[in-house]
Ligand binder design. Structure first.
Ligand code: HEC
Ligand code: HEC
Length: 479
């Protein structure tokens, strides 16, 4: 390290240790308006005058030669010299200003700006818009240009191979009788999750272990937990989303992981992550100071949500309880019916199940799958996103997803795998319907799924009441 870099690094350490620090867009910023030294570039930044957009796909001028700082440059680098990629950086989709995810509003604004710029300069470009993420890509290939799903729903095409036990049904005919196609892959459209807190949201070594033979029985990355490490995740993103034609050197991926592992939703989660990495036995509670209303909300969350979004041994909100009811194994992956179509209407006389509507852009991508069971029987099921079925091939994994992080929720709307909840109020609407469905289809404590409703295996005491919603929302917004 040069003398200048050593000085910068020292200044950065000072800024960090000054307390009250939070991380925004990969920059170290203090909550007061006082300028602090960016720990990678050495530039002075002020929270009230943010530096030029880090999402410009131009790598920031990094002076400090550390894995984190190199990784940050890589994350924002759309040129990716030598990789033959398509101009996209990680930050093209994981937008720093939006808590490192992608909102439909941003995609819409960028498309409008691009169309405007093209009036003067036909060669104007924005790497968010690449034909692979256009609706008409399978029809028009490199000439595809219909970005409806990307700008209306903020969804990205993820192409996944079909497991040996799963085939696709020809969409032209009746789903029950139409012939199978010879497709080997399927296109699924998914929201861009935030990369904040990935230090503690991947594989967690905790029970419950997923009972079926499958990859990542103890958690992983991606909405379906199909990828084991941040390095493999970044490699897959570079080869698919950025269309790299040759893989990057391993150090490039290690640096990307190092950068992402420094990005947290709050100082409380950063402290928790450090304590977990250090193997501390009594882990700190990452919650900030709560008002009485938020404390009430936390009690509701603990009763109604934390059996899936929580585990005392791994308090990241991404790991389910090993046992919700003593003696009964709880599950790691869950189907909360966010894939489309929504469940059929309940029979007359049952309480209403008021599901969030499905976007037309998601509904028009529903496919029917034929799954061969272990005993040779074949079943057909339709879904916009069959989740872990595609990672595992087992019918029991149909529409099951990894439990996502709840931290920083106030900044990561819209929600769910296909962005179907625009607000946290929408999220609660989905769960009201979900709990009502389970209440109807799990009539006795012995029925599968009953533990979703019950703390003791007898009473249906978990679902939140309308009166509890304001407190629950207040707590969710504080996470
Ligand atoms: C074209 C948009 C796009 C680009 C570019 C992109 N991603 Fe993603 N990223 C996504 C989507 C969509 C998902 C969810 C995919 C899934 O679950 O199948 C995702 C998931 C992730 C996750 C998993 C988060 C979690 O909680 O499991 C990480 C980490 C991540 N991306 C990092 C990166 C990195 C690093 C790069 C650059 C090398 C990158 N992404 C480039 C769209 C993108
Ligand atoms: C049966 C297990 C289970 C229960 C109970 C549960 N969740 Fe979830 N939750 C999940 C799974 C799995 C996902 C991922 C699927 C998705 O995002 O569509 C999820 C996703 C979410 C998301 C979306 C996160 C994002 O960034 O998109 C929010 C918000 C959420 N849950 C809040 C809650 C709240 C609040 C409760 C309690 C009222 C609750 N959950 C109860 C399993 C559960």
């Amino acid at each position: 390290m040069s003398k200048r870099n050593r000085l910068l690094a020292a200044a950065a350490v000072l800024a960090v240790s000054a307390g009250g620090a939070r991380i925004l867009a990969g920059r170290q910023v203090r909550d007061s308006a006082a300028a602090v030294v960016d720990r990678c570039t050495g530039a002075l930044t002020r929270p009230d005058h943010p530096p030029s957009s880090p999402n410009a796909n131009v790598p920031p001028h990094v002076l400090v030669d550390s894995p984190e700082c190199r990784g940050r440059a890589n994350f924002f680098d759309g040129t990716l010299v030598g990789l033959g990629a398509n101009g996209r950086a990680c930050a093209t989709c994981h937008v720093a200003e939006d808590a490192f995810q992608l909102t439909p509003e941003r995609a819409q604004a960028q498309l409008r700006a691009l169309q405007q710029a093209r009036l003067n300069d036909p060669a104007a470009d924005d790497p968010l818009f690449r034909p692979i993420d256009a609706d008409d890509f399978r029809l028009n290939g490199r000439l595809a240009s219909d970005y409806t799903t990307l700008v209306q729903d903020g969804l990205i095409r993820v192409t996944l191979p079909l497991p040996a036990s799963v085939r696709l049904v020809d969409p032209a005919g009746n789903p029950a009788t139409a012939p199978l196609t010879d497709e080997m892959t399927v296109d699924i459209w998914r929201a861009v999750p935030s990369i904040l807190d990935v230090e503690i949201t991947g594989p967690d070594g905790q029970l419950p272990q997923w009972p079926t033979v499958s990859p990542n029985q103890r958690g992983g990355y991606q909405l379906d937990a199909r990828i084991d490490t941040l390095q493999n995740q970044a490699l897959s993103a570079l080869m698919s989303h950025a269309q790299a034609t040759s893989p990057p050197p391993p150090r490039f991926l290690d640096d990307l992981a190092a950068f992402q592992q420094t990005q947290f939703t709050s100082p409380g989660v950063e402290r928790l992550a450090k304590a977990m990495t250090a193997g501390t036995t009594t882990l700190p509670d990452p919650d900030p100071v709560l008002t009485p209303l938020e404390q009430e909300g936390k009690a509701v969350f603990t009763r109604a949500c934390a059996h899936c979004h929580g585990n005392p041994d791994h308090p990241s909100t991404t790991t389910s309880l090993p046992e919700s009811i003593p003696g009964r194994i709880f599950q790691r992956y869950h189907d909360i019916r966010t894939s489309c179509p929504r469940p059929a209407l309940p029979p007359a006389g049952s309480p209403a199940e008021d599901w969030l509507p499905c976007s037309p852009n998601v509904t028009n991508k529903i496919r029917t799958y034929e799954i061969t069971l272990a005993n040779g029987t074949r079943v057909r099921r339709s879904s916009s996103d069959p989740g872990r079925l595609l990672a595992v091939g087992d019918n029991a994994d149909f529409q099951k997803f990894d439990v996502p992080n709840m931290r920083g929720l106030a900044r990561t709307a819209p929600y769910f795998i296909n962005n179907s909840a625009k607000t946290l109020e929408d999220v609660l609407q989905q769960y009201r319907a979900f709990f009502a469905l389970i209440d109807r289809v799990s009539p006795t404590p012995a029925a599968p799924g009953f533990n979703v409703l019950s703390t003791d295996g007898i009473h249906r005491d978990r679902p939140f009441t309308p009166a509890e919603e304001p407190a629950l929302l207040a707590y969710l917004r504080k996470l």
